[in-house]
Write a protein that binds this ligand. Structure first.
Ligand SMILES: C[S@@+](CC[C@H](N)C(=O)[O-])C[C@H]1O[C@@H](n2cnc3c(N)ncnc32)[C@H](O)[C@@H]1O
Length: 217
């Protein structure tokens, strides 16, 4: 049995991205503009292979109702929106008008703005505005790390049976096993809580900074 995922050199990463739904012009421009406008924060954007995976997964699940927590300049939301089934809707949560104004432009350019609703404000509070029923097919959590348990607790009861929650940055660039910050400790505790949560089956994938996929019973 193979013992672990192989390490990715830069060359291998480039090869992997190029051979699995490579970024189109919209995604390339969004990545370039994010880096130019927000050089300090551009690393928050999902990796290109994650973007492709989000579209693939959304399509695979036939998602009609999706939520994203943590939109930034829009790469993950664009990727989810592209995979939605006919008539599907994505509701996005973020606190920043500045970041999400970039997202709005790229949603329009990609022709998916008609299926996305953006709600600005602290997601812990704004998620409570969502219908109190099990209607969500898919959710993606990628905002402030200390908020993850709150987002999880708001989202799990709203997932339809078989719905999937994807959670980003669960490996904290390896620091999850030796936390060095409050964010690292928050993710380590969150990962333990997911493992113990009897409402879900979860797998942790070594994509980019680690992605948990949890299927809600
Ligand atoms: C890692 S980035 C998201 C990256 C995005 N998924 C992408 O692919 O480009 C985290 C985002 O969470 C937002 N955020 C931070 N705290 C938040 C909160 N309390 N409620 C909602 N959004 C928050 C930030 O403004 C930022 O845009």
């Amino acid at each position: 049995m193979t013992l672990k995922s192989i390490p990715l050199t830069d060359e291998l990463h480039t090869y992997l991205v190029a051979h699995g739904a490579p970024p189109d012009a919209v995604v390339r421009d969004l990545a370039e503009e994010t880096l130019a406008l927000l050089p300090e924060d551009a690393g928050m954007q999902v990796a290109p292979e994650q973007a492709a995976f989000l579209t693939f997964l959304t399509r695979l699940l036939g998602v009609r109702q999706a939520v994203e927590v943590g939109t930034f300049t829009g790469l993950s939301s664009l990727s989810i929106a592209r995979g939605l089934a006919e008539g599907g809707r994505l509701t996005c949560f973020d606190i920043s008008e500045e970041y999400t104004n970039v997202a709005r432009r790229y949603w329009a350019r990609a022709g998916v703005d008609d299926r996305i609703e953006l709600r600005i404000g602290a997601a812990g509070e704004r998620l409570r505005e969502l219908p109190d029923e099990r209607y969500l097919d898919f959710a993606f959590i990628d905002a402030d790390k200390t908020g993850y348990p709150v987002y999880w607790d708001e989202l799990v009861p709203r997932m339809r049976p078989g719905g999937v929650i994807a959670v980003d940055n669960v490996l904290r660039h390896g620091r999850v096993i030796a936390p060095q910050s409050a964010d690292d400790r928050a993710i380590a505790a969150f990962n333990d809580a997911v493992l113990a949560d009897v409402r879900v089956d979860a797998v942790m994938l070594p994509i980019a900074d680690g992605l948990t996929l949890a299927r809600v019973h």
